[in-house]
Design a protein around this ligand. Structure first.
Ligand code: ZN
Length: 193
């Protein structure tokens, strides 16, 4: 029994959730003047709280717990220092076109040890968010984002653009507490796998 428990403890997945923007960097400003930095903080806090209620919680760390600005380099340093099994960066999209909508997932353009796994995890998260929340899929894309470039050699890493704050439907959706909880629970389920 003790051995089994010991094994479980050692295989507990360690996730670093990068809470985008913060402090003087508000990120995108959406309809109703909502700020991207606040929305992603709310989602991350909800993931932590839901994780605490799981029978086998994941070992989750956030790159920020408050409304502070953390450098991109420090965000990736944390993932490396903690030897994370997965790095997930949370963001929301914005467009001048009010009709732009849907979820986008990014993996690093740079080819490194965890490139394939990053794409796999990205598809997995996107698929579940589209199925459960009903987001339109804009696909898994590749970009040269610093937080992805600096982590993909160490662990699978993805960046999620959780809908458009500039779109009336998606902006309103992501402002509601119940919906934030639903998004958080879906992300948690998709990274638990
Ligand atoms: Zn952002």
């Amino acid at each position: 029994m003790c051995i089994i428990l010991g094994q479980e403890a050692s295989t507990q997945k360690r996730i670093v959730i990068d809470v985008g923007h913060g402090g003087k960097d508000a990120g995108a400003i959406g309809i109703n003047r909502m700020k991207e930095k606040d929305i992603v903080m709310n989602i991350a806090n909800e993931i932590l709280s839901l994780n605490g209620k799981l029978e086998k919680p994941l070992d989750i760390y956030l790159t920020r717990y408050k409304d502070t600005l953390i450098s991109l380099a420090d965000r990736t340093k944390l993932a490396k220092a903690l030897k994370a099994d997965l790095f997930v960066s949370l963001h929301c999209n914005h467009s001048d076109n009010p009709n732009a909508r849907g979820i986008e997932v990014y993996a690093s353009k740079k080819q490194a040890k965890y490139s394939k796994e990053s794409v796999f995890v990205g598809y997995q998260i996107e698929k579940m968010l589209c199925t459960v929340i009903g987001y339109e899929s804009r696909g898994v894309k590749f970009a040269n984002f610093q937080v992805l470039r600096e982590t993909v050699g160490f662990c699978p890493s993805v960046l999620l653009e959780l809908g458009f704050l500039s779109n009336e439907d998606e902006g309103n959706y992501i402002s509601g507490y119940v919906n934030i909880k639903q998004i958080a629970s879906t992300i948690l389920k998709s990274i638990e796998l």
